[in-house]
Design a protein around this ligand. Sequence first.
Ligand code: PLP
Length: 416
Amino acid sequence: MKNLALTHPDLAFDVEAARRHFPILSRTVHGRPLVYLDNGASTQRPQSVIDAVNDYERRHHANIHRGVHTLSQEATALYESARDRLVRFVNARSRTEIIFVRGTTEAINLVTQSYARPALQPGDEVLITHLEHHANIVPWQMVCAQTGAKLVAAPMTAQGEIQLEAVIALMNPRTRILACAHVSNALGTVLPVRRLVAAAKARAITTLVDGAQAVAHMAVDVRDLDCDFYTFSSHKMYGPTGVGVLYGREQLLERMPPWQGGGDMILAVTFEKTTYNALPYKFEAGTPNISGAVGLGAAVDFLSSLDRKAAHAHEDALLHHATAVLGRIPGLRIIGTAPQKASLVSFVVAGVHPHDLGTILDEDGIAVRTGHHCAMPVMDFFKLPATARASFAFYNTIDEIDKLAAGIERARKIFA
Ligand code: PLP
């Protein structure tokens, strides 16, 4: 695919060229051009991803791994080549470290049940942070209830920051696992994960980084981060829903028992004994989401075709513009003002309930998310039931942010 950036000499990132890859961006909603600012919940798909899934469905579909016939071999090759792309995408050491799952939620549940459950003893501690998504809280609560371990949450500052020292202060000889977000979905805060992982490693604490909100915005190198597990979802990085990745350090994955039993994760089965398959198949029981994996592979190709530095700079410019223009609206308060943020703004407007705001913006064709963003402890911290959240992708424009600001002003007048 052609490099999307730098087609215009005056623009660091040619957003119009990027937008042309996304058919949905040219549709209207309620008679207005769609302004899609809900990328934190799910990003849109470029034509190349749609085509890859379509081509798979039309020409290559069969079940994988077990067939000698041509279609099965083609489907297997496509599925496994998606895995190879993901190895390179996060710089894993080998394809044994890339497990296909349904998404971040399933990846974390796999780790809690297959790694943590056998490892945790009563009195052990699992350390998370105050800003986690429920997907990185509830599975740990469940495994703590199963094992007698204790869940500890590192505090957050009023800006929505997680400070390294505050997390280190909670690490002690009972701490077995540190599980934290790379980027907060509710606030946009970028956590100092590299330093957090290093601090944990120095104390022999196993680390999981929830990268659901990171992979679309920054290059991720799991070897550089040095974490033990890294999780992400395809649908937040321009790929299809229902598929995602658990990266795991091979030595740990080797020691972990399978999470689910069934077809494909075995080498031999008798009623007396089952021999499990090798990595990564040991963790991929049953028929997987083959077309989803193919689409995810195409999403990786798409992201790799971007000038990611320029795309990131563009997203940063969107964040700065949004922070400035929304910050000038009377009664609007931005929630989450950490110095390191991904391109996302959470906010409340005095006198306008976030759900009403979301509905009014929708009339203008503007999609934002409203609610607790699956991060109720964050809402409790700020003593709010909900916020509105505008989350940007590289295909968003300054003009769209100005439309958002105008829509918010309109809502304020309705409720004045
Ligand atoms: N973690 C974070 C930080 C998220 O933002 C999300 C989804 O919003 C998840 C985990 C869960 O991802 P999924 O629903 O794709 O499993």
